[in-house]
Ligand binder design. Structure first.
Ligand code: OGA
Ligand code: ZN
Length: 366
């Protein structure tokens, strides 16, 4: 990619194609102190109030800078590097390639917690792994009640839900969710009925004295790719039919319609939702429903199969952070008479992890 000039016009050349850069685009990027606030990088002028017919009066290109005089009298010196940066999104989170995994995964992405970790390079490494594998586990996180909220707010900000700012996962009387029993929880995603669905779940183990209650994780991305390759009819219907997910208790009714496998605008994996106790498929033709039910059975079989699920025990001080759009999680059953099993959980959204990752990237020049 390079910048070229001709007849008071600026061109960029990319992959053999030469295109003019709109003079207004350059005028908007004038970044001298009187035009842009240094600390926030916010404009001190309103570009919608500039005259429309901005033209370039004088241009000079050196190795590192582009100097421009515009017809409204403004002069600027733009770093070539900063212009080129806008044409490459190399630092974009989407360019962190997902690593598909299955039950053979051995590395559980453990990272040692220490005070101030949120501002250290190790947090950057942890977040990169989070984007690659969809989960990470911090060890030795202080087992103080409520520490999870501190933790979450040190990465970004807690995403509060009707379960509260954080929730206690333990067996209790009259539960409003099966999570608060000692029953096994098959692989599921959390809160599929919420709009938007919370992106990331944190689970912090405070106590775990039972022999069961193992945590389980499945890579929904791996399973989706398997389905796409080997059961394309099932993949197609699960990416097309929107189903209704619902949650009802005495205080609230939450509902959202979405595909079980949601694709982005480029037909690439975006999100899975799976919680077969609270999904309702719309009434469709019998043949279509037949196909839909077979597809749901197949994806459930894959999610629950030993081929894809990893199982491990969370011990006090472990904090599991997982992508609720990509991974499914669950637990094996346990006997509440054996002792206490107590986790605290909360959610954050992608802007938290993205914001922190980009901040650390800037801080450590990565
Ligand atoms: C949950 C959940 C798993 C566990 O609270 O959403 O899935 O290990 N808990 O108890
Ligand atoms: Zn859950």
């Amino acid at each position: 990619m390079k910048i070229e000039l001709s007849n008071n016009k600026v061109f960029f050349e990319k992959e053999g194609l030469k295109k003019e850069i709109h003079p207004f685009w350059l005028r908007e990027r004038v970044n001298e102190e009187s035009f842009v606030d240094r600390a926030t990088q916010q404009r001190l002028f309103d570009p919608t109030e500039l005259k429309k017919n901005i033209e370039i009066k004088k241009l000079n290109l050196s190795e590192n800078f582009l100097e421009i005089c515009f017809n409204d009298g403004v002069k600027t010196k733009l770093a070539i590097q900063s212009i080129l940066k806008e044409f490459s999104n190399i630092n974009d989170i989407k360019f962190i390639e997902k690593i598909k995994w299955d039950s053979s995964l051995k590395n559980l992405n453990y990272f040692d917690f220490k005070e101030n970790i949120f501002e250290e390079k190790i947090m950057y490494d942890a977040l990169i792994n989070f984007y690659k594998y969809g989960f990470i586990i911090f060890k030795n996180v202080p087992v103080q009640n409520n520490f999870i909220v501190n933790f979450a707010n040190s990465i970004g900000s807690v995403r509060r839900t009707n379960f509260g700012e954080f929730f206690n996962v333990k067996s209790k009387p009259n539960p409003n969710d099966l999570a608060y029993t000692s029953l096994a929880l098959a692989p599921h995603t959390d809160n599929p009925y919420r709009n938007p669905v919370p992106c990331i779940q944190l689970l912090h183990c405070i106590e775990n004295k039972v022999s069961g209650g193992l945590s389980t994780l499945v890579d929904g991305y791996t399973v989706t790719e398997k389905l796409k390759k080997n059961f394309s009819d099932y993949y197609k219907i699960l990416t097309e039919i929107k189903v209704r997910y619902q949650f009802i208790d005495k205080n609230i009714i939450l509902e959202d319609w979405a595909e079980m496998i949601q694709l982005d605008e480029n037909k690439k994996f975006k999100q899975v939702r799976f919680s077969p106790r609270l999904d309702f498929v719309p009434l469709m033709e019998k043949e279509k429903l037949e196909l839909y039910y077979s597809a749901r059975n197949k994806i459930s079989e894959l999610y629950n199969s030993d081929d894809y699920r990893i199982e491990f025990k969370l011990t006090p001080g472990d904090l599991l952070m997982m992508d609720n759009y990509r991974l499914l999680h669950g637990r094996t059953s346990y006997d509440a008479n054996e002792g206490e099993r107590f986790l605290q959980g909360c959610y954050i959204d992608y802007d938290s992890t993205e914001g922190k990752l980009k901040h650390l990237q800037r801080k450590f020049n990565l």
